[in-house]
Write a protein that binds this ligand. Structure first.
Ligand code: IVH
Length: 678
């Protein structure tokens, strides 16, 4: 076979297999076989430069870098579309548009296509060869991006791409389509960029634009791009199509991809219903679309209906509520979490997103912030998918203000101003000051929450208020709050205070697992807490456990073990536990019924009176302790009093007890009686 024939044969094969592989995602031969064919073609072309043609599949590699893109005038204006944002607006559109239907128009039928969120491109073919690819530009004049588009596999370099009986290439064909980055490719590209420490793209659209408008086609990211074509801008020769539905089929025969998930529908209501149904599926698709386009199917009729400005009357974009918006990031703020983690968030210029106004969005963590190089003052892309809280996807670098400074991770906690810590290999930055008021507020919120101590009547802002007023220095202080202190706070009336006190008292009975989860030990949520409670039975046993004891528990790994040991090694935390104990919070697993009967509460039914100041226990704490062991505390001494607990500066109660022969106890004796060590 002569070289020319072999080269042509190879081109046909390589084009076909590349189309199966890259465009249809359905390879027909093993990669190695394809590579062999491709190399042979490359070799023959290198040996015979005269045989090289611009439509050879080897030419997809792109040419030398350009200084700038040349301007090109489009064959016909590249129009836009009117928008509708609800079914009602789509009906209004058709009510207006249908007045322009010519008298001889066939009954209206529609094609519904996804409105691909990419970049409009215009491809020109002469005698079947791809000769020009351009951006939309202003609709009249675009930029020549032929070299970049050549590297996009979904752009056929020749049409018909595959031999197709009876299908002749038009002498000239200008096709309009949307270049975009499929979601899986977008994720792969971003992963790659992140690994290399380069900046990632905020969304597939930016990534696609970045790829197409690179001046160096080799460096261009166009190999990640795809293209769906949906319109013929100009045609000279070839097959004439009468409807949009036929036009899409024709484009496919020529070798173009057309928008998937499109439908041919015979009524407007059904078209609207299809669009709404499509909307519900949008998250499961591999391309981003911001709506559907509803087009009148009959092309001659569409043409006859004319235009309003630049918008054809015969089609409408039925747009979905955006899930993404751009706005300015005013300030990067920091939240201190309950375990001390510093979490950055964005304060935004208010912006509408999916029907709500957004003023704040999360920034995940400092690593993410640095990787995306988000700076104060940047215009940023904000996203909100489903019901999740909005987050900042990334900055729009083109709009960065001169002088914008890279963000610096703070060296100190913004609330307590103590130095922060970053553990090796960990993303999080911590404030390690356990007395940090911000941490305490978060911890209190957590402590009283449903899954933890579940304190009824403890409102969302109560914790912040009590911390601010100095009434809570740690979570255990909750159990030492006195009604008269609360009554002084704004908005705290008798009833509210009564409810809160009752809620606090009731919470003392929560099982051990709840208490453990409530402490906010890093890594100890409700599941781990239950494992610990079952394995150790009491907080004392848990506090005595070493890392290896903890790791012996099924489901507890080295990290959690370390975190637990560390927690209990901190003096402040141990004090919190002791305060909880004195307050009467249950710190041991409920005994089984049989055991409970065998060992009845030591003070069952006994009545106590307390007088004077005890060395370590407050009046309230002593009372709680006694009640926790089954005793009762009353205010005045009588014949029925079993014990008088006596502290310093005891008054008349002691005299009375002596007179009545009521036995007295000091704190140490009380503790001995209760079995509570000091
Ligand atoms: S039809 C006159 N169909 O959406 C023809 N447009 O304003 C008007 N788009 O930027 C366009 N997918 O490039 C049409 N299936 C589709 C489309 C589509 C995306 C873009 C179009 C334009 C915008 C419409």
């Amino acid at each position: 076979m002569d070289v020319r024939a072999r080269v042509e044969e190879l081109r046909r094969q390589v084009s076909y297999y590349a189309y199966r592989y890259y465009v249809l995602d359905d390879p027909a031969i093993p990669d190695a076989a394809y590579d062999a064919l491709f190399s042979e073609l490359e070799r023959l072309e290198a040996e015979h430069p005269d045989l090289v043609t611009p439509d050879s599949p080897t030419r997809r590699v792109g040419g030398p870098p350009l200084d700038r893109f040349a301007k090109v005038r489009h064959a016909a204006p590249i129009l836009s579309l009117a928008n509708a944002t609800s079914a009602g607006e789509v009906r209004d559109w058709w009510k207006r548009a249908s007045k322009f239907l010519p008298g001889d128009a066939p009954p209206p039928e529609f094609v519904v296509e996804p409105k691909i969120d990419g970049l409009t491109v215009v491809l020109t073919y002469e005698d079947g060869t791809f000769v020009l690819g351009a951006t939309r530009g202003d609709g009249e004049i675009g930029e020549d991006i032929t070299a970049n588009l050549r590297t996009v596999q979904a752009v056929p370099l020749r049409i018909p791409l595959l031999p197709d009986d009876g299908l002749a290439a038009p002498r000239r064909l200008v096709v309009r389509g949307e270049a975009f980055m499929p979601n899986d490719k977008f994720r792969a590209l971003n992963r790659l960029l992140a690994e290399r420490g380069e900046k990632t793209f905020a969304n597939p659209r930016n990534a696609a634009a970045g790829g197409l408008r690179q001046l160096d086609p080799v460096a261009s990211r166009s190999r990640y791009l795809s293209l769906y074509c949906y319109a013929i801008v100009a045609q000279d020769g070839g097959t004439r199509t009468e409807t949009q539905w036929e036009l899409l089929a024709y484009l496919r025969r020529l070798g173009f991809l057309t928008p998937p998930d499109s439908a041919h529908i015979d009524s407007l209501d059904a078209a609207i219903a299809y669009g709404e149904e499509w909307m519900r599926r949008r998250d499961s698709l591999n391309y981003e679309a911001d709506g559907v386009v509803i087009k009148l199917n009959h092309l001659a009729t569409a043409q006859a209906m004319g235009f309003v400005g630049k918008d054809p009357r015969s089609a409408v974009a039925f747009k979905f509520p955006a899930r993404e918006a751009t706005t300015r990031l005013l300030r990067i703020g920091i939240n201190v979490g309950r375990t001390g983690t510093l979490n950055p968030y964005a304060e935004l210029e208010p912006v509408q997103l999916g029907g709500v106004t957004i003023e704040r969005a999360t920034l995940h963590n400092f690593d993410d912030l640095a990787r995306k190089d988000i700076r104060e003052g940047d215009v940023v892309v904000v996203q909100r998918a489903g019901d999740v809280i909005p987050y900042v996807v990334g900055p729009v670098l083109e709009l960065r203000l001169p002088g914008a400074q890279p963000y610096q991770v703070p060296a100190e906690c913004p609330v307590c101003h103590q130095p922060v810590r970053r553990n090796e290999g960990e993303v999080a930055v911590y404030c390690v000051n356990s007395a940090c008021p911000a941490q305490l507020v978060r911890l209190v919120e957590h402590f009283v929450s449903r899954g933890a101590m579940d304190i009824e009547g403890f409102g969302t802002n109560t914790g912040a208020l009590l911390v601010e007023k100095g009434l809570l220095k740690d979570v255990a202080d909750i159990y030492y709050l006195r009604p008269e202190q609360l009554l002084q706070l704004e908005g705290f009336k008798d009833k509210k205070v009564g409810n809160l006190m009752a809620g606090i008292a009731a919470s003392k009975e929560r099982p051990l697992a709840r208490v453990l989860a409530a402490l906010g030990i890093r890594g100890v949520g409700s599941v781990v807490a239950q494992l610990l409670a079952d394995a150790f039975g009491s907080i004392d046993a848990l506090m005595a456990a070493r890392e290896e004891d903890l790791q012996n528990v099924e489901g507890i790994g080295p990290e959690i073990s370390r975190s637990i040991v560390e927690y209990f090694s901190i003096e402040g935390n141990r004090q919190v536990i002791e305060k909880l104990r004195r307050a009467g919070v249950r710190l041991a697993q409920e005994r089984r019924a049989a055991e409970a009967q065998a060992a009845p509460a030591p003070l069952n039914g006994k009545t106590f009176v307390i007088t004077g100041t005890l060395p370590t226990l407050s009046r309230e704490e002593a009372k709680t302790l006694i009640e926790q062991h089954g005793g009762k505390v009353t205010d005045s001494v009588s014949r029925k009093t079993d014990y008088l607990v006596v502290g310093e500066a005891a008054g008349s109660k002691l005299d009375k007890a002596r007179a009545l022969g009521v036995p007295t106890l000091d704190e140490a004796q009380l503790r001995a009686l209760l079995g509570v060590p000091s």
